[in-house]
Design a protein around this ligand. Sequence first.
Ligand code: NOJ
Ligand code: CA
Length: 687
Amino acid sequence: MNARSRSCRRPWGPGFAALSALLATAPAACQAPGQVASPDGRTVVTVETTDGGLFYRIDRDGAPLVLPSRLGFALRGAPDLRDGLSIAGTNRASVDETWEQPWGQVRTVRDHHNELRVAVEETSAPGRRFEVVVRVFDDGVGLRYVVPDQPGLAEVVVDDELTEFAFAENADAWWIPSDRPRKDRSEMLYSRSPVSVLDSVQTPLTLESPSGPVMVVHEAHLVDWPRMFLAGDQIEERTLRAALAPMVDGVKARRATPFETPWRTIQIADRVEDLQPSVLALNLNPPSVLDDTSWIEPMTYVGIWWGMHIGVNSWGSGPIHDATTDNTLRYLDFAADNGVGGVLVEGWNVGWDGDWIANGDVFSFTEAYPDYDLERVAAHARERGVALIAHNETSGGLANYESQMDSAFALYESLGIRAIKSGYVIDTIPGGHSHYSQEMVRHHRRVLETAARHGIMMNVHEPVHDTGERRTYPNMMTREGSRGQEYNAWSGDGGNPPEHETILFFTRLIPGPMDFTPGVLDILRTDPDGRERAFHEPRIRTTVAKQLALYVVLYSPFQMAADLIENYEGHPAFEFIRTVAVDWDSTRVLEGAIGDHVVVARKARDSDEWFVGAITDEQGRTFEVALDFLDADGDYVAEIYADGPGAHWVDAPLELAISERAVDSNTTLSLVLAPGGGQAIRIRPAG
Ligand code: NOJ
Ligand code: CA
C-alpha cells in the first residue's frame, strides 16, 4: 500500500475557478483545495460552495463532463442539510495498490486513486457537520457522504438524498425504468434515449455521447441504505437526481451517526470496449472479511429448472413434480459424468402448492416434499463430488425466511450443501416497503453474512443490484436482476430480442456477474408431441452458436447449462459447455457496440486456455480477430463452434459448424456470425 495524506485548511478565494483550469492536470500535491485529479490527470473533480449550497463538478481533458451538481440531504424532523453550508477544510490521500480476487473476470485489480475529503459545516445553528469524500481513478469517480457522530445529531431520518448528476451533454442513455407500478424490478428490456427525456430510471445507467467519453452512473458499497434510482428533472434538462427507494412510511433511510453512504459512481471510458472488465465498484468496497475463501468455487451447473419454466414440470407436488429423488440422482450423475460442478434443484421444499408467489409465509426451507429424499440426494452429491444447490424462493416473505435461516443453513452445511439460489418473486415487500428499500438491503446483508458463517455461496434472484459486495463477501457469487433466459420460456412478448445480450454486457453486467442461464440448445422448444414453436410464441431468439458464446460473453462464476439434460445428451455443442471455464485470469473486449455486437477473449485461470465469445444482434456480422493475446511461443488448437451455413435466428437457428484448426499468436481468425448468431471458441495448447 502506498498512501500519502495531507490536509489543507480553509476555503479558497475568488480566483479559484480560473486557477482550477490551470491546475487540472497538476499532480495531487499542488491542486487547489477543493479539487482532485485522477492519477493520469485527465479527470478532475471539484467540490465547491455557491450561495451556501454545496456542489461538485467533473471535468475531463479540460472540458466539462458533469456541470455543478448539488449535494446534500432533505431530512425529516430536522432542517435539510442543503443551504448555509461552507467548506471547513480538506484532506487528501493517494493509493496505488494491487490486490487479488479469489475469483473473477480478472485475477489482479489495481486500485490507483487520489482521494479528497471535504469537511462541510453549516455556517449558522445548529452547525451540523458532514464530509464529502471523492475518489478519482483513471476509470472513474466515486463520491460519498460521511456523517460523523456529533452533538445534536444522534440520528438522521432521510427524506431524500439531494445528489444530482448534471450532465454537460445530452448523451444517449441505455435505460430501464424504475418506479413503475408492479414493475419495481429490473426484468425489462432496455431502451435508448437522450438523458433529457428520462423521468425515472435504474442504474447502472450507461451514457454514450458522440463527442465525449462513455459513462456509467451507478453506486458501490451499498450497505444499510436504500438502492438509488435516478429521476429526471423536467425543468433542468440533462440533470438526473438520486431517487432512493422508500420504506412504507416514505422515509428513505434511518441511520444513527456516525455513518457513511454508498459511493455514487461514474465510470468513465474513452470507448465502450474499455468499460469491461469493470473494477471501479470493487475498488470502492472494503477487502474481504472472510479469511478462508478456499471453499468458494466458481462452477458450471445444471438444474431441475427449465422444465418448470416451459410448463412440462411443476414446482409443486403432483404427477409432474420435477424435484423427485430419482430425477435429482439422474441430474447428479449427469453432472458428475460430464465435469459439471453443480446441480440446482427447485421445488424440493414444502410450500409451492397453490399460489406460491402470494404465499411467501408458508415456505419451509428445511422440510422436503415426500418424494424428495434430501439426505439421500445430498449423500449422493457428496459421493459423486457434485455441489447440490439448494433453492430458497422466499416470495418476499422476509420474516418467514429469516426465522428459518439459521437452522436451514446449518442443515445445509451438515449435508454438504454449499450453495443457495434464493429468490424474491414479488413486487412489493409485505408491509409495503419497496423491493429495494433500506430494509431489503439490510435483509440481503443478513442473509449473506449467515451464509458465509455456514460456508454457503449465494446466487440471488430478484436481488438488489450488484454494488461490488463480492469483494467483501466473496461468497456473493452471482445474481439475476435483469431479463434472463427464463423470459424465452414464457414471456408474453415472445422472449428476449437478439440485441438483448449485447446491451446487457454494457449495462447490467458492468457492476457484476449475472446468472443469465445460457445454453438452451433446443432453441425451437419442440413439444413432446413434436410441435415446434411458432415465431410469435416464446422461444429462444438466438442461434445455437450464440447460446454457447454467451458463456464467454456474459460473465458469471456460477454458469448454468440451462436446458433439460436430455437435450445435452449426444449433442455435439455440449462439448463446449463441458469444457468452458468459469473463472478468469484476464478479460479483453476485442469489439463492442451497445445493442449491436460484442467480442470478448478471456484467459482461464490457472490454465493456458483461452476462450473467445462473439455475439451479434439481428444483423449478420464478420469479425477479424487477431489472436495476438496468445503466448508468442505457443502452439494451440482452436475448437470453433460457429453458425453453420444458412444459420439464422428466425428460421435456421440450429445450424452449427464445429471445426478445429491449429492457431498461434500470429493467426487472425475470421468470425462469421449469422443474423442473431454468435461464435464460441476454445483455444487450448496443442499436444
Ligand atoms: C424467478 C427466478 O428468476 C427463476 O429462476 C426461478 O425459477 C423462479 N423465480 C422460481 O423461484
Ligand atoms: Ca427472475
